[in-house]
Design a protein around this ligand. Structure first.
Ligand code: M6R
Length: 592
C-alpha cells in the first residue's frame, strides 16, 4: 500500500521508475517522481500504471537526486492532483509519503487559517505545507518540528531546494536505506536494493535524518542515534518470474516452501525455540490475523487446541483492540502475517504486549516490523510473495502452525513432536491435473455468485478458497457451514446455482453429503470436493466429484487449498483479469 523510493545518484529519473516497478506489488493507483537537477525540481505524475508515468518522464540534464512514489488512494481519488510528490507553496520542499496522517484535518484548518491554500485532497499535502510553515533555515530542525505534530503513520522522503541530499522520517510505516559507494537509496521495501547495495539500515519509529553522497545521519527527538547496518539476504528476494503471472509461480512454489520449512524446523530447533517459554501459567491462546492470515489462524487454533488442550480463540486483527480482550500474562497471542507490516496486526501486537501477554509471530518477511518485535518468531520461509492474492504463504503458515502446535503440545502435555506428517505431505503433495482444474474454472467463470459449504476445517478451507475467487475473479463467492443450510441459506438456492461442497474429513463426510443433497433437491448443481471414493449412486446425482490427494488429516488442509488457488487463478485468467493485481487491493495493508 503506497511505496516510496528515493535515490541519490546520476539519472535518478531512470532508476526511480525501475525501482517503482519493484514496489508495484504493494498495490497502487497512481505514481509520480520528483527529480532535482542544477535547474531545480521537475515533477511528473500519472494516474494508473507505472508505464503511464514512464511515458511522461523526460530525461533531465544533470539530474542527481530524486524521490518517487506509488499511491494507493486513501484521501481523495486516484488522479494527478492527489498523486505524490507534493510540494510546498514556496516550492522549496517536495515530499513523498507512505501512511496516513490522522490529524490532517485539524492541521489543514490551522494552515488555512494562516493563509495556506491546498491543491489536493490528500493528507500528505499538509506535511509539505507544514515544512514551509516551520522552516527556520535549519532543515533537520524543521523536519523534527513538523513530525512532532503529526499523528498517525508515515514514511517520508523529502527534498529541499537548497540542499543536495534526501531527508527521511519514519513512524509506523516501513523505511530502509542502502548505499553503494556514493549512491544512496531510501525505500519502503528492501526489495528495491536488489542489484544495488549489500547492506541496509532499517529505521525505527521516531527516527529521521539526512542522506547525501557523503554521509547518512540518523536522529530521534533526543539527538543523534546509531542504526546497525544489516546484511542484505538476496536469497529471500527472488522476485523474478518466468511464469505468466506471479500468482501461478507462487502457487507452484508451495512444495519448495514446504521443503524449506521441513529443513529449517527440525525437532531439535522446535525444542530450542521454546526452551525458555514457561507454559505452566498459560490459560488461553489467541490467534490474530487479517484476510488469509485470519483463515490460517482458524486452522491453527484447531491444531493447537487439539495438541495442547488449551482454549484457543481466533480474532480478526482489526477487531482485536476494540474487543477489549481479556488477556494478560496467562495468555499467548499468536500473530500471523505474511508481510509483518499489516497495521491492524501490528496494533493487536502492541495491545498484547501492553497487557503482558507472550507473543509469537508467524511471519514471512523476517525484516518486517512485527518480526522484529514479537517474543518468539517462527519464520514461514516461503520466499518473496508478490501477487496480491496470498497462496504459498497461506500453506506455509498452516504448516508452521502445525509445527507450533507440536512444539506447544510437547511443552504443555509432554507429547511427542510428530514430524512424520510433514514427510508424508512432501511425498504426497499433488497440484492436481491442470486440464481438470482449467475445465472446472471454465464452468465457474460464468457465474456471478457461487456458494461453498463445509464442516469443521473444511469450512475454513472453503472460506479461503472463496476469498481467492472473490479477490482474483470478482465473483461473489459466499461460504456457509454445511449444517447451517436449513437455517436460512437454502432460500438463496435457485435452479443451477453452483454449490461447492468441501468434504475431506472422513468423520463428517456423510453428514456433509446429506446437506449437499438438500441443496441439490432445490436445484443446486453440486461440485463435491473430496479425497474419498464416493458411491456411484451419489456421484451420478452431482454435477461433478472433484478428487484431491489424501494425506495426513492434520495437514490435509494444505493439499486442499492448493487446488482451489489454482482454480481461482484459472478463473481469473479466463475472465481476462490480471490475478496479480486485483482491482482496489494492496499487498501490504499498512493503514487501518
Ligand atoms: O501481510 P498479511 O498476511 O498481514 O496480510 C493480511 C491480508 O491483508 C492478506 O492475507 C489478504 O487478505 C490477501 N490479499 C489475501 O489473499
Amino acid at each position: 500500500m503506497c511505496g516510496i523510493v528515493c535515490y541519490i545518484g546520476k539519472k535518478p529519473e531512470k532508476i526511480l521508475i525501475e525501482k517503482l516497478k519493484r514496489l508495484e506489488y504493494r498495490g497502487y493507483d497512481s505514481a509520480g517522481i520528483a527529480v532535482k537537477s542544477d535547474k531545480g525540481f521537475d515533477i511528473f505524475k500519472a494516474k494508473g500504471e507505472i508505464k503511464n508515468l514512464e511515458s511522461k518522464v523526460k530525461e533531465i540534464d544533470n539530474s542527481y537526486l530524486g524521490i518517487g512514489h506509488t499511491r494507493w488512494a486513501t484521501h481523495g481519488k486516484p488522479d494527478e492532483a492527489n498523486a505524490h510528490p507534493h510540494i510546498s507553496t514556496d516550492k522549496k520542499w517536495v515530499i513523498v509519503h507512505n501512511g496516513i496522517i490522522e490529524n490532517y484535518s485539524s492541521l489543514r484548518d490551522k494552515l488555512i487559517g494562516f493563509g495556506y491554500e491546498f491543491y489536493s485532497e490528500t493528507d500528505t499535502e499538509i506535511i509539505a505545507k507544514l515544512l514551509q510553515y516551520y522552516d527556520n533555515g535549519n532543515a533537520l530542525e524543521t523536519i523534527r518540528q513538523t513530525i512532532s505534530v503529526l499523528k498517525g503513520s508515515f514514511a517520508l522522503g523529502i527534498m529541499k531546494q537548497d540542499v543536495d541530499g534526501i531527508f527521511f522520517a519514519k513512524s509506523k510505516s516501513p523505511l530502509f536505506i542502502s548505499k553503494n559507494e556514493e549512491n544512496v537509496m531510501v525505500a519502503s521495501d528492501i526489495i528495491c536494493f536488489k542489484n544495488f547495495g549489500d547492506t541496509f539500515y532499517q529505521l525505527s519509529d521516531g527516527v529521521f535524518g539526512f542522506a547525501s553522497s557523503k554521509k547518512i545521519e540518523f536522529y530521534d527527538k533526543f539527538g543523534s542515534v546509531n542504526i546497525k547496518e544489516e546484511k542484505l539476504d538476496l536469497n529471500e528476494m527472488d522476485d523474478e518470474n518466468k511464469y505468466e503471472h506471479f500468482m501461478l509461480k507462487e502457487i507452484y512454489e508451495t512444495k519448495p516452501a514446504i521443503k524449506n520449512i521441513s529443513e529449517f524446523y527440525s525437532k531439535q530447533r522446535l525444542l530450542e525455540i521454546f526452551e525458555n517459554l514457561n507454559v505452566k501459567n498459560i490459560r488461553k491462546i489467541k490467534l490474530v490475523g487479517c484476510g488469509t492470515a485470519y483463515h490460517a489462524a482458524l486452522m491453527g487454533a484447531d491444531m493447537i487446541e487439539k495438541a495442547t488442550d488449551i482454549d484457543c480463540e481466533v480474532v480478526v486483527a482489526s477487531e482485536f483492540r476494540y474487543s477489549e480482550p481479556r488477556i494478560g500474562e496467562d495468555t499467548i497471542v499468536i500473530l500471523i502475517s505474511q508481510s509483518g507490516e499489516t497495521a491492524d496486526t501490528l496494533a493487536a501486537f502492541e495491545l498484547a504486549k501492553q497487557k503482558g501477554a507472550i507473543t509469537i509471530g508467524i511471519i514471512n518477511i523476517e525484516y518486517s516490523a512485527l518480526a522484529k518485535k514479537v517474543d518468539y518468531l517462527l519464520p514461514i520461509k516461503a520466499g518473496v510473495e508478490v501477487a496480491v492474492a496470498s497462496t504459498k504463504a497461506y500453506s506455509a503458515q498452516l504448516l508452521v502452525l502445525y509445527l507450533l502446535s507440536q512444539a506447544l503440545g510437547n511443552k504443555v502435555k509432554n507429547s511427542e513432536i510428530d514430524l512424520s506428517t510433514v514427510k508424508t505431505l512432501i511425498n504426497d503433495f499433488d497440484y492436481g491435473t491442470t486440464k481438470e482444474l482449467q475445465d472446472l474454472a471454465e464452468y465457474l467463470r460464468y457465474n456471478d455468485k457461487l456458494f461453498m459449504i463445509g464442516r469443521g476445517k473444511d469450512y475454513f478451507t472453503a472460506l479461503e478458497a472463496s476469498l481467492k475467487i472473490k479477490e482474483t475473479s470478482y465473483i461473489n463467492s459466499d461460504t456457509y457451514y454445511a449444517g447451517e443450510l436449513k437455517h436460512g441459506f437454502l432460500a438463496l438456492i435457485e435452479e443451477d446455482t453452483f454449490v461447492i461442497v468441501f468434504a475431506t474429513d472422513k468423520k463428517l463426510i456423510d453428514k456433509t453429503i446429506s446437506n449437499a443433497e438438500e441443496a441439490r433437491a432445490r436445484g443446486a448443481k453440486i461440485i463435491l470436493f473430496t479425497p474419498f471414493d464416493i458411491d456411484k449412486g451419489i456421484t451420478d446425482k452431482f454435477f461433478k466429484v472433484f478428487k484431491v490427494k489424501k494425506t495426513d488429516d492434520r495437514l490435509q488442509c494444505i493439499e486442499n487449498i492448493t487446488m482451489w488457488q489454482l482454480i481461482a487463478y484459472y478463473i481469473s485468467v479466463n475472465k481476462g483479469i490480471n490475478p496479480d493485481k486485483p482491482r482496489n487491493l494492496a499487498k501490504s495493508v499498512t493503514v487501518e
